[in-house]
Design a protein around this ligand. Structure first.
Ligand SMILES: [Ca+2]
Ligand SMILES: [Ca+2]
Ligand SMILES: [Ca+2]
Ligand SMILES: [Ca+2]
Length: 565
């Protein structure tokens, strides 16, 4: 069991130590759902017929918790207020809370006659930082609850010797807790998810919740709530029947297991073939905030959905991205058929390196595989100085990185890797001879076709006989796993691009004199700004025999690709 109910709290919309502790625990245990009652502090103190904002209680003010508001039950009753065995079902809000609700339409409204209306007392958001709370709603009036044999207190009224009527978000919260357990079970038993994350369960319940807007008092000046998500109902009243049991051509689809660093994004194509509403929900468990911060969200991901006609819809309706909430939804009531693009962007991932998240998609269609756009490597954030060079080459298919979507920009470049990059980057024709040219590069070597192509084009040559001896390989050998040196890169780039040779009167680099191997090549590339050096002893050095890291190599290759012979 990974679901924890908390029907308690105190009247503060602040991000308290309790709220932070809750977020810290969930950050460290991302499979644990902590459900918290929103509170029962709703009042219409200014007597305008609308329950006032800002009564949410802590620790429901946490970010990662699932905070629960109370809706009305549907329990028609006869007789007067508090008639026997009716609880308070036939009471009006003004009778039950005579000082809180003195104005209609709330005052004379029954407490349990509309499942699309709120319990008037249910605490309203937002949190102090503008975050949406509560998250979700469930019935919280005239709930049949266990009667302790140790007390004569009968709550909202006796039902029989075993049960009493009760009310409050303390009743609504455990309802959501039980449903969260069912959603966990659904993913484990029906969808093969070994250990569903809290974010997956939350996203599913938010996605499939029913928007109660406008609420039970119609539209106009006393409208109970705007369209979801809002600070009255959250994302709506929980509805597992709709969330988990799509009917007809409607499907429930989800993606989890991906994470994003700052600047990265991924897309999921979604093809609509039916007429059902489309609901897309993004959720993640955020790093705990600071109790002294003005805004609590730490890692900000953004959801957008691009329709087939190019229209872009943003999560929670916030153009260019909601920067407050770790839950975002796009709802399209009547989506035209076509391919939609669901985009999740790592707008600011300040903690944890990269942020895991979940996307739940519910609609009349199906989604395709996650597409990680070219140049998005988890270890190359946008502020890496070689980011644009790496992206440039990745988007042209010249580089592809390693398993786990990494590029290892600080690793040195091997000769085999560079043979591939040069071949693809400079458009060298493929070659796959039956008999390998080099004794240490067999046909099953991952770089075989590239090394052969570059050798056939006379762009690369074998390693020295001394190195072949060292490696125990007969000449000719290529030493594909050895690091390539900076001067070797310069020579190979010049052979591939064949720029007009340019040598200055005085050598540019003090460590590459005119007699040096690769002098003309180094000077030619330096004159075009493809390579450069660094200061040394009052002059400039090229460090020709140093290795070159994959990030810097990307910059050299990009410049050579862009510099026409
Ligand atoms: Ca009011
Ligand atoms: Ca909360
Ligand atoms: Ca009512
Ligand atoms: Ca966001």
């Amino acid at each position: 069991m990974r679901v924890h109910n908390n029907s308690w709290g105190s009247s503060s919309a602040a991000y308290t130590g309790n709220a932070r502790d809750l977020d810290l625990f969930m950050w460290n245990h991302k499979d644990m759902i902590i459900v918290v009652a929103a509170g029962n502090d709703g009042k219409d103190a200014n007597n305008d017929g609308v329950v006032d904002a800002g009564s949410i209680g802590e620790p429901a003010t946490a970010k990662n918790d699932f905070s629960v508001a109370a809706t009305e039950n549907d329990r028609p009753a006869n007789g007067g207020c508090a008639a026997p065995q009716s609880g308070y079902a036939n009471c009006n809000w003004g009778e039950l809370f005579s000082t809180s609700f003195t104005t209609n339409p709330i005052k004379d409204d029954k407490t349990s006659d509309n499942i699309n209306g709120m319990a008037a007392f249910s605490s309203r958001g937002p949190d102090l930082d503008g975050r949406i709370d509560p998250n979700i709603s469930a019935p919280g009036t005239n709930i049949i609850s266990a009667q302790s044999s140790r007390t004569s207190n009968t709550g909202w009224g006796a039902f029989n010797q075993y049960y009493q009527f009760q009310g409050g978000t303390s009743m609504a919260a455990p309802g959501v807790t039980g449903l969260a357990a069912l959603v966990r079970e659904f993913y484990i038993t029906r969808r093969g998810v070994t250990n569903p994350s809290a974010a997956l369960v939350q996203a599913t319940m938010l996605n499939g919740a029913t928007d109660m807007a406008p609420g039970q008092y119609g539209t106009g000046p006393t409208q109970e709530m705007p369209a979801r998500p809002n600070n009255v109902e959250g994302w709506g009243r929980t509805n597992l029947s709709y969330a988990l049991n799509p009917t007809g051509s409607t499907t429930l689809d989800f993606r989890e297991g991906s994470q994003l660093a700052t600047g990265q994004q991924l897309t999921i194509p979604y093809t609509i073939t039916g007429s059902a509403p489309l609901h897309i929900t993004l959720a993640w468990t955020d790093y705990p905030g600071s109790t002294s911060a003005a805004v609590q969200l730490v890692n900000n991901l953004d959801l957008s959905v691009t329709a087939s006609d190019g229209t872009v819809l943003w999560g929670n309706g916030v153009t260019n991205g909601d920067s407050r909430n770790p839950f975002e939804t796009v709802d399209i009531a009547s989506p035209p058929t076509g391919v939609y693009t669901v985009t999740v962007r790592g707008s600011n991932v300040a903690q944890g390196g990269s942020q895991p998240f979940v996307v739940v998609m519910h609609g009349g269609g199906s989604s395709g595989p996650v597409v990680i756009p070219c140049g998005s490597f988890s270890d190359v954030p946008t502020d890496n100085i070689f980011y644009s060079d790496i992206r440039f080459l990745a988007c042209r298919g010249v580089i592809s990185g390693f398993a786990g979507n990494t590029f290892q920009p600080n690793s040195n470049t091997t000769r085999g890797q560079f043979a591939k990059i040069a071949t693809l980057g400079f458009g060298i024709s493929p070659a796959t001879p039956v008999t390998p040219t080099f004794n240490d590069v067999a046909a099953n070597n991952v770089f075989y076709q590239y090394i052969e192509a570059a050798a056939a084009a006379n762009v690369i040559r074998g390693a020295s006989s001394a190195i072949c001896d060292e490696l125990g390989a007969a000449t000719p050998c290529f030493a594909p796993n050895r690091n390539i040196s900076r001067v070797q890169v310069a020579v190979i780039v010049q052979r591939a691009r064949n720029y007009a040779v340019a040598t200055p009167a005085t050598p540019t680099f003090s460590d590459v004199p005119s007699s040096y191997f690769g002098y003309a090549e180094v000077e030619t590339l330096a004159a075009r700004g493809i390579i450069g050096g660094g200061p040394c002893g009052g002059g400039l050095c090229f460090r020709p025999n140093d290795s070159i890291r994959r990030g810097e190599l990307s910059k050299v290759v990009r410049r050579a690709v862009e510099s026409q012979p």
